[in-house]
Write a protein that binds this ligand. Structure first.
Ligand code: OAD
Length: 249
């Protein structure tokens, strides 16, 4: 593993025929969305088993909304793509990035302009009625009484993956396929501690792909499979990598 070598990272991206990215909460921190783990992380304030497990939602949807989801709606409503998201969109526009696999549910990669985004943990942009399966965009929900209810009386749930639920099969299958096909993977702002998402870089590495990791701190991947570690915030590092590629033409 080599550190902060932008030239080598750019070489990898230049010679790669297919590059994908795996992103996590860290890429959205500069958009005002707190991460899950570490200092200021959501799981420091909220117990994930109490507020992010499907059994808790089914048992106490009102409490999960009052304590956790109402605030999440407000935070996500205000969030705009930052330079990290925009840098990944630039890489796609330059023909250097094909797909973003994201663990985030905030829709910011699409808002930044990436056209092929796999939402590994689903999305918070939509809700579905648990009784009649009617779907509404989150901004259309009536939140005057919690939990939000459908016209049929059923309770809405966000279309994101709760703990205790399966990864959407299409997202899992496509991500695994891309990991096997890619020559390089950018791993941005993830603690790589939640499976099966954390396996994607290892799958790519096992078939010969190069791993470029962008994070404020080292992760379990860094000394195991990372080829180039670029330390710093995604909003600074990704644009710097884009500039390094642009000067090469
Ligand atoms: P985590 O909160 O576990 O990790 C965030 C990572 O981002 C850490 O490694 C930080 O060092 C790094 N980081 C923080 N700020 C950064 C910045 N500005 N630039 C670059 N890196 C930064 O988030 P995830 O790895 O995404 O799952 O967590 C994975 C899953 O755990 C989430 O999708 C969620 C959660 O429980 C579900 O809800 C199912």
């Amino acid at each position: 593993m080599i550190k902060n070598d932008y030239s080598t990272a750019a070489d990898i991206l230049t010679s790669s025929r297919k590059t994908i990215a795996l992103t996590g909460a860290g890429i959205s921190v500069e958009s005002g969305i707190p991460p899950f783990r570490g200092k200021g992380g959501m799981w420091e304030i909220y117990d994930p088993f109490e507020f992010a497990h499907i059994d808790s939602y089914l048992r106490q949807p009102e409490k999960v909304w009052q304590v956790f989801l109402s605030e999440l709606v407000n935070t996500l409503n205000q969030a705009k793509p930052n330079n990290g998201h925009k840098g990944l969109a630039d890489l796609e526009a330059m023909g250097r990035l094909s797909t973003v696999v994201t663990q985030n549910v905030d829709g910011l990669h699409q808002a930044a302009g990436n056209s092929d985004v796999i939402e590994f943990h689903g999305t918070f942009a939509w809700h579905q009625c648990m009784s009649c399966q009617n779907r509404l965009e989150t901004h259309e929900l009536d939140l005057s009484a919690l939990p939000p209810r459908c016209g049929c009386g059923g309770i809405f749930r966000p279309e994101c993956v709760f703990f205790g639920e399966m990864i959407p099969p299409d997202a899992l299958e496509r991500s695994n396929q891309l990991a096997i096909q890619c020559d390089a993977i950018l791993v941005v702002g993830t603690s790589a501690s939640v499976q099966p998402a954390a396996m994607i870089p290892g799958i790519a590495k096992s078939v010969g792909a190069k791993v470029i990791e962008i994070n404020l701190e080292e992760t379990p991947l860094t000394h195991r499979i990372t080829d180039v570690f670029l330390g710093g915030s995604a909003g600074e590092v990704v644009p710097r990598l884009v500039s390094e590629l642009k000067v090469r033409g």
